[in-house]
Design a protein around this ligand. Structure first.
Ligand SMILES: Cc1cc2nc3c(=O)[nH]c(=O)nc-3n(C[C@H](O)[C@H](O)[C@H](O)COP(=O)(O)O)c2cc1C
Length: 245
């Protein structure tokens, strides 16, 4: 397998880091490489905020539900969907303000996410570990205030980066034939396919090196969507100028 495919298939989120800084020039190179991601209509609708002060790291770790790795990672970046520059272009061309179209929200969110995934993979390719932090959306208004985010910008997730101090087990993904449909979506397969994967995940949860438990993918997934509804998100996004039509 070539090294990129190998890196993709070996991804593991890392939540424990060595006390070792990331060279500033390496971080810039990783971000530059991440920017190679495709971009919808080439609008490049994202920004990153590098959070360097221990106070803000601690506040974000706490609001994300006590995620200590937000404080201990060598770097913590907040990945934002950002339409401010796009709106500026529109205003300068005499075409008016953005109106909060859902399509623009999708473009900005996917642009930012592809860039972030590129950043994670690039970081892993040079021996760093990483984990995304969706927990920042527990209180996105506080994050926006702490980071001075203007309207037309919203924090999607954080990204911890650092040299790994843990070797977690690889989490098996859904088999390809569960997620790949030919010509027509075949919903009838869903139940059987997931049952087989549940058995595989049950074995993984029971035998992994850390945090062993008796559970399976269906149970984890169902619970995850109950716990993480974040009902404030629609209002928050609309107040920032997204999803208004
Ligand atoms: C958008 C997004 C948000 C996430 N948020 C968190 C988070 O807040 N805290 C955390 O520890 N892991 C978080 N994760 C990591 C997932 O839990 C992890 O990717 C998943 O369990 C699969 O494990 P793996 O990445 O080790 O393969 C997030 C992942 C994504 C894609």
């Amino acid at each position: 397998m070539n090294p990129i495919l190998q890196a993709q298939q070996n991804h593991k989120s890392i939540r424990q880091y060595q006390d070792k800084a990331i060279e500033a020039s390496l971080l810039i190179e990783l971000i530059k490489s991440a920017q190679g991601a495709a971009s919808s209509s080439f609008i490049q609708a994202y920004s990153l905020v590098q959070v360097t002060t221990p106070e803000n790291r601690a506040k974000i770790a706490a609001l994300a539900g006590g995620q200590k790795w937000v404080e201990s990672a060598a770097e913590f970046l907040v990945i934002c969907a950002d339409l401010t520059r796009v709106e500026q272009c529109s205003l300068e061309q005499g075409l008016g303000k953005l109106e909060g179209n859902t399509e623009h929200f999708i473009a900005a969110t996917t642009d930012a996410t592809f860039m972030a995934q590129n950043l994670m993979l690039g970081a892993e390719s040079v021996g760093l570990g990483a984990v995304f932090i969706g927990g920042i959306r527990n209180d996105p208004a506080q994050v926006a205030e702490l980071l001075n985010l203007p309207d037309q910008v919203y924090p999607i997730f954080g990204l911890c980066l650092g040299y790994p101090d843990a070797k977690p087990d690889l989490k098996p993904r859904l088999p390809v034939d569960v997620i790949l449909h030919k010509d027509r979506y075949d919903a009838s397969r869903c139940v059987e396919d997931v049952k087989a994967y549940d058995a595989q995940m049950q074995a993984y949860y029971q035998s992994r090196g850390d945090n062993q438990k008796s559970s399976n993918w269906s149970e984890q997934t169902a619970n995850a969507v109950q716990k993480k509804k974040r009902e404030h998100m629609l209002n928050f996004l609309q107040n920032r100028g997204f999803l208004n039509r």
